[in-house]
Design a protein around this ligand. Structure first.
Ligand code: NDP
Length: 292
């Protein structure tokens, strides 16, 4: 029997509706949550993401500020912009869209953002808070979105075997950290490009999270029957018959894995929409802390 589809669009909508209610409460108390997104250069994909973030913000009743800086922006100019946003009381969340041009250091920029406004959850202080289970931190939005999806679909995690493929700072590592939090209580294995017998690990998973960046990497023989398969990957695959010349594919071979898994996220429409929803949720939390 084909797996149940986990509808990230519907879950993201529900999260955004919750956020909009929270925003309305805050506005009534005199605080309008504000998110600033800094875009350096004109990378086409980043421009689309930034536009979508701004639109989602406004739909939730938040203030959205987009700061566009030229591709020639120096590190000093970018840090000065971050400092100005850190000091601006109308801005509660700051996001610097990656990738940055080569003359800018992403690490230094991330470290410059006030951790209380780091709604992307990439600052080392927030990474540390996540590891020690401090609820005041911000978790990175994509793995936080995966947790929201699992909760809303009542996927049991207590004692479950979770295998995460990928160990990036923005998805794989925080994903594992969230899964071992008390209350979630999964047992986590993190796989990467040096893992021996990756398929053997994957086959043990009750919940398999793929965050690799390789189209259709996870095949049906790597999945335990009935497992929950979460596909974080978004990859462009050439497809001459499509109008754009490409199609989007996840890190999971959806058509084949769907026949084995118990639940599965599609691409697009699975994890992707939740990332922006969780960004709004983090921004609301940041603003709530300064509300009277
Ligand atoms: P990274 O490139 O930073 O990390 C990829 C990870 O996959 C690395 O840890 C790497 O291992 C591992 N990997 C690569 N090749 C293999 C292999 N052959 N076998 C085993 N492991 C391998 O990617 P991200 O974490 O940033 O993103 C992963 C995917 O998720 C991408 O497709 C990205 O587009 C998507 N994404 C989607 C988001 C959303 O909103 N839905 C948000 C963020 C990302 P090693 O460390 O050893 O090199």
């Amino acid at each position: 029997m084909a797996a149940e589809l986990m509808d990230g669009v519907a879950v993201a909508r529900a999260v955004r509706e919750d956020v909009a209610r929270g925003v309305a409460d805050l506005v009534a108390r005199g605080v309008t949550p504000g998110l600033a997104v800094v875009l350096v250069g004109e990378d086409p994909a980043s421009t689309v993401y930034v536009r979508n973030k701004g639109k989602a913000c406004e739909e939730a009743g938040m203030r959205s500020v987009t700061i566009r800086m030229p591709a020639t922006t120096s590190q000093g100019e970018l840090l000065a912009q971050v400092d100005a946003l850190n000091a601006d009381p109308a801005i509660h969340g700051i996001l610097v869209q990656m990738p940055l041009p080569p003359q800018c250091s992403a690490d230094e920029v991330i470290r410059r953002i006030d951790p209380a406004k780091d709604v992307d959850g990439f600052h080392p202080v927030n990474a540390g808070r996540l590891l020690i289970g401090d609820p005041d931190g911000f978790a990175p939005c994509t793995p936080a979105g995966v947790m929201e999806l699992l909760r809303r679909y009542d996927v049991p995690t207590k004692g479950a075997e979770v295998v995460v493929i990928g160990r990036s700072n923005i998805v794989g590592k925080p994903m594992g950290a969230l899964m071992i939090q008390p209350g979630v209580d999964a047992t986590v294995t993190t796989c990467h490009s040096r893992t021996r017998d990756l398929a053997g690990h994957a086959r043990r998973a009750d919940i398999l999270v793929a965050a690799i960046g390789r189209a259709r990497f996870v095949t049906a023989d790597m999945v335990k029957p009935g497992a929950t398969v979460i596909d974080v990957g978004i990859n462009r695959v050439e497809e001459p018959r499509s109008k754009t010349g490409y199609v989007l594919a996840g890190d999971v071979d959806f058509a084949a894995v769907r026949e084995v898994a118990g639940r599965i996220t599609p691409v697009p429409g699975g994890v992707g929409p939740l990332t922006i929803a969780m960004l709004l949720k983090n921004t609301l939390r940041a603003a709530s802390r300064v509300a009277p």
